[in-house]
Ligand binder design. Structure first.
Ligand SMILES: Nc1nc2c(c(=O)[nH]1)N[C@H]1C(S)=C(S)[C@@H](COP(=O)(O)OP(=O)(O)OC[C@H]3O[C@@H](n4cnc5c(=O)[nH]c(N)nc54)[C@H](O)[C@@H]3O)O[C@H]1N2
Ligand SMILES: Nc1nc2c(c(=O)[nH]1)N[C@H]1C(S)=C(S)[C@@H](COP(=O)(O)OP(=O)(O)OC[C@H]3O[C@@H](n4cnc5c(=O)[nH]c(N)nc54)[C@H](O)[C@@H]3O)O[C@H]1N2
Ligand code: SF4
Ligand SMILES: [Mo]
Length: 679
């Protein structure tokens, strides 16, 4: 195994492991065997040496004195965070002992639920050995739906999968529309590319519910009412058809359903759309005419539209726009929702479904609270890795009540004693990505990257892959597939007969080149993966699944008698819950705020700067009021998933609904309502 461990000093190539579209190339500086500095790798073709502030300060997270060094056993009540040190052998014996008992019981291993997400994007550590192990065990299966699931399904109905514009080509776009994405904080290299394009005359438009960093950077910020974007997209289509701004040749050749769509959008004239979205009629015309007249134009679709009750349909509606004006054939035109499809790995080689002996129930991760409290037969054991559900999952109070069940045997594998880990019976220490070998694939750019270990594991910490290999042994599972090395698994994963774009990329070639670009053909040179092979403006597949076959505006679900739509988004200095426990990042972010319109604030006697109480039937939290014109009346926005460690009262997910979006079992973090008052 090639690694950089035997070199105590030097600069070593690495990958940012975080759940961020940019997936930057990094250079890790080492002195006397320890990381002293992390910077961007200037040779990375897309990220070009620029990285965010979060990761420039990552060294402190790696060597944080709060990092877990050895396994822990609970000694106090659940949630109290009282533990004592135990050895790995004892930890593994206890886990395997309890799981063997459950597997032998009448309920069987389905009583065990693995819960994970992408706290580290390494594909072997997230989707490799863990999935294999739980398949062999016969545990319940998790539906991985907390992030982009609704939008991905909506986009797939239109475009056939997670395939969009090559971001490197968006430099050529003359119009950049950032639609529900706070890209200055969450996709900084898309912003860097747009900024370069702007120097060559391109315009930048942001459509969002909050005048955040990205909106302030734009040439034109268009505020919309939350959850109404589908109506805006349909209003734009109305004008494009009505004013002859569509590309008829493109529609005939590459789409199906354009005649039906032309008729259908007649019911979305600008005055109707203005009343729904809050966007003035004049602005709807201006936007449609600009979009219709500019080639190439590019739309970057974020989580904003999709974290709603109607997120699937809204994303589908936006995804129809580039086809109307033929943007997909112009270099740099089109859209990106997610580009993961181009880099799709061999899923069955990663997960080895053949290891499972029977089919098991599937549990939606967005419903963790109700799953722990209500499922019958019950979940009796939970194994959490790469995720911090006590902070990040909706209906946090329900989740915590579930995690607090005395009879639930919970194991948490993490680098830190997170809010979730505090509820564990056994805590296992995890290595950081710089201590592991893993394969990384971006969901935005087209590059595959390799991480090789740069430093020794911290204390007794172990990687996800290693822990599952050890758990397999402890359980007496002796299949060869449960003992494979990272290198073997990387080569199997890259060898995907259904994805020729990765041909020729192996662990060995990546060791030499650090990164490799997938061989992606110009858009529409390959047949789309929709049933018709074309862009489906009308979708029979949707019709069969009970959805309107044409893009449609569906209002949000009634969330009860609270006046303000509450949009708890990501922030600049944390990454979901990562860095939320880190003092330096907390200081940079200052304080958890709620942005309110001056009109709503005045009605409640709030001037700004005060701590306010925010509540609904699900729970409450306390945030500092920020009053002004950054949001429309009726809207309240917060930023960041603040750790209990940072004061303890800013748990925004106590307020978010665990309803499921229209598609993909998706999360609806942004469709809740609240009331706000001075404390
Ligand atoms: N700094 C930082 N970077 C991150 C993350 C982080 O936490 N911090 N998280 C990472 C992850 S996992 C992901 S998935 C991505 C997410 O990155 P983004 O896609 O940027 O997602 P969010 O920040 O959740 O919200 C997107 C934007 O949508 C807006 N919005 C909310 N509702 C609506 C609506 O109905 N319509 C419109 N038009 N806009 C709306 C919000 O105001 C916000 O500006 O970022 C990744 N990168
Ligand atoms: N209110 C609200 N809630 C949200 C969102 C929102 O916008 N608003 N965004 C949602 C989105 S888009 C997402 S993707 C989720 C993400 O939420 P999570 O999946 O929880 O993601 P993170 O908080 O980034 O990371 C989770 C944990 O993984 C741990 N970890 C890192 N590397 C490793 C490793 O190698 N091994 C192990 N075992 N652990 C590791 C980290 O220390 C961290 O504690 O949050 C969702 N929650
Ligand atoms: S968090 Fe995103 S922007 Fe920051 S270094 Fe990682 S990939 Fe790059
Ligand atoms: Mo996400």
């Amino acid at each position: 195994m090639k690694s950089y461990l035997n070199q105590a000093d030097g600069v070593f190539p690495s990958v940012c492991p975080l759940d961020c579209p940019d997936q930057c190339g990094l250079l890790v500086h080492k002195e006397s065997g320890a990381i002293v500095k992390i910077e961007g790798d200037p040779s990375h073709p897309v990220t070009q040496g620029a990285i965010c502030n979060k990761v420039r300060n990552m060294t402190e997270r790696i060597y944080d004195p709060k990092r877990l060094q050895y396994p822990l056993l609970r000694t106090g009540p659940k949630g109290s965070g009282e533990f004592r040190r135990i050895g790995w052998e004892e930890a593994l014996e206890r886990i395997a002992g309890r799981w063997m008992q459950l597997a032998a019981s009448e309920e069987g291993a389905e009583a065990i639920l693995p819960y994970s997400f992408y706290g580290n994007m390494g594909r072997i550590g997230t989707e490799g050995m863990g999935r294999r192990f739980f398949n062999r065990l016969g545990a319940s299966k998790l539906i991985y739906s907390i992030c982009e699931a609704a939008g991905s399904e909506g986009y797939r109905y239109t475009m056939g999968g997670s395939y969009g514009t090559d971001p490197e080509e968006t430099i050529h776009a003359k119009l950049h529309i950032l639609w529900g994405i706070n890209a200055v904080s969450t996709n900084m290299h898309q912003v860097a590319i747009a900024e370069k394009a702007r120097k060559q005359g391109a315009q930048i438009i942001v459509i969002d519910v909050h005048q955040n960093r990205t909106a302030r950077w734009a040439d034109w910020f268009i505020p919309v009412m939350p959850g109404t974007d589908a109506a805006l997209a349909l209003g734009l289509m109305h004008i494009l058809f009505a004013e002859g701004l569509t590309d008829e040749e493109f529609l005939r050749q590459y789409t199906i359903g354009h005649e039906e769509l032309r008729e259908h959008v007649k019911q979305y004239p600008p005055d109707v759309v203005a009343a729904i979205t809050g966007v003035p009629v004049g602005d709807i015309y201006k936007l449609a005419r600009l979009y219709g007249a500019t080639k190439p134009s590019f739309i970057r679709i974020g989580n904003g539209p999709q974290h709603h009750d109607n997120g699937g349909m809204t994303t589908r509606a936006i995804a129809c726009l580039p086809a109307l004006t033929g943007q997909w054939l112009v270099k740099g035109g089109g859209a990106i929702k997610g580009n993961g499809g181009f880099l799709s790995l061999n899923k069955s080689a990663l997960e080895r479904p053949e290891l499972s002996r029977r089919s098991t129930r599937r549990i939606n991760m967005n419903l963790l609270g109700s799953a722990l409290l209500e499922l019958d037969p019950p979940i009796r054991s939970l194994y959490v890795y790469n995720s911090n559900p006590a902070l990040v999952a909706p209906e946090a109070n329900k989740v915590r009540e579930g995690l607090g069940r005395e009879d639930l045997f919970t194991v948490v594998h993490d680098l830190f004693l997170t809010e979730t880990a505090k509820f564990a019976d056994i805590v296992l220490p995890a290595t950081s990505s710089f201590e592991n070998t893993d394969l990384y694939t971006s969901y935005w750019h087209h590059y595959v990257q390799l991480q090789q270990p740069v430093i020794e594991p911290c204390g007794e910490s172990k990687s996800n892959v290693e822990v599952f290999r050890l758990l397999s042994q402890a359980m007496g599972f002796n299949e060869a597939l449960l003992c494979e090395s990272e290198e073997e698994m990387i080569d199997q994963a890259l060898n995907n007969p259904n994805n020729s774009r990765l041909r020729g990329i192996t662990h060995e070639t990546l060791s030499a080149t650090r990164f490799a670009k997938a061989d992606v053909k110009p858009f529409l040179m390959e047949k789309l993966h929709t049933p018709s092979g074309r862009i489906e403006l009308y979708s029979k597949a949707m019709e069969r699944s009970g959805y309107p076959p044409l893009p449609t505006y569906v209002p949000l679900v009634d969330d009860g008698p609270y006046p303000l739509l509450f949009i708890p988004t990501a922030n600049h200095n944390f990454l979901n819950s990562t860095f939320a426990q880190n003092d330096k990042h907390i200081k940079m972010e200052k304080t958890p705020r709620i942005y309110m319109n001056a009109f709503d604030a005045a009605a409640r006697g709030i001037r700004g700067g005060e701590m306010v109480h925010v509540w609904n039937a699900r729970g409450s939290c306390e945030l500092e009021a920020a009053v002004g014109n950054d949001v429309l009346p009726g809207v309240a926005v917060s930023q960041g998933l603040w750790s209990d460690d940072a004061g303890g009262k800013a748990l925004v997910n106590a307020l978010t609904p665990d309803r499921v979006a229209d598609m993909g079992n998706g999360a609806v973090f942004f469709s809740g309502k609240v009331e706000v008052a001075l404390r």
